[in-house]
Design a protein around this ligand. Sequence first.
Ligand code: KIV
Ligand code: NA
Length: 275
Amino acid sequence: MKQTTDFVKMKNNGEKIAMLTAYDFPAAKQAEKAGVDMILVGDSLGMVVLGYDSTIPVTMSDMIHHAKAVKRGAANTFIVVDMPFMSYHLSTKDTLINACQLIQETGAQAVKVEGGDEVIDQIEALTKAGIPVVAHLGLTPQSVAVLGGYKVQGKNAAAALKLLEDAKKCETAGAFAIVLECVPQQLAKEVTSALNIPTIGIGAGPHADGQVLVYHDVLTYGVDRVPKFVKRYLNSEEMMEEGLRAYVKEVKGGLFPEAQHSFNMKEEELLSLYG
Ligand code: KIV
Ligand code: NA
């Protein structure tokens, strides 16, 4: 199992960090087998596995439920769990209680919080309490209503400078990595070289120290449209639908099950069954 310090070493060695989300046991097993360095139990689960239209409805118990399954599937991979909407905004004390619950009940290694300046105290308190923190800057989906949609962030000089300052503050507060979502590649490059901790990009171009994508986007599984920054490595949707259609067709046609799928009774048992 990698440690937070290993990710900093990877940055220093120029070794890219491959991160992927996972929300359940089979996906976690696949991610571990595929060799991902870090699994994110993202609150994107609200959209991709629970069918909400944002991450706002996701609760602590949703996160715990899914993170437990992920841990069972990927016992040897570093797991980061998203702190869900409003679980780290009420007070530092609430933040610590919630993060403690996420870590203790699921066995995950770290938590992720969205925001820079606004959550610096929380990042510091969590780190001081021994809970590793990943920060998340740029497009922060829990604030989508305030941001006015899922848009690229930090496009003008002022916003870019603010993000760069926020990133430095996150590092100073103790974050061991920063996710940069939907920012121009030039800004991601600047932030990456300004920090000692690794940046993990999603829609942030090739210069980040690592990349993260959503499992369902990578495999085209249950997602209708994907953002520009996603590369679809496989169309599992097509393959799965084909498999399921064949199953339904064979059941309806009486073609399934066949002899090899069926159990038999011994002759003497049969005789007494029939009387
Ligand atoms: O919830 C999530 O999947 C995330 C990633 C997109 C970084 O936060
Ligand atoms: Na998230």
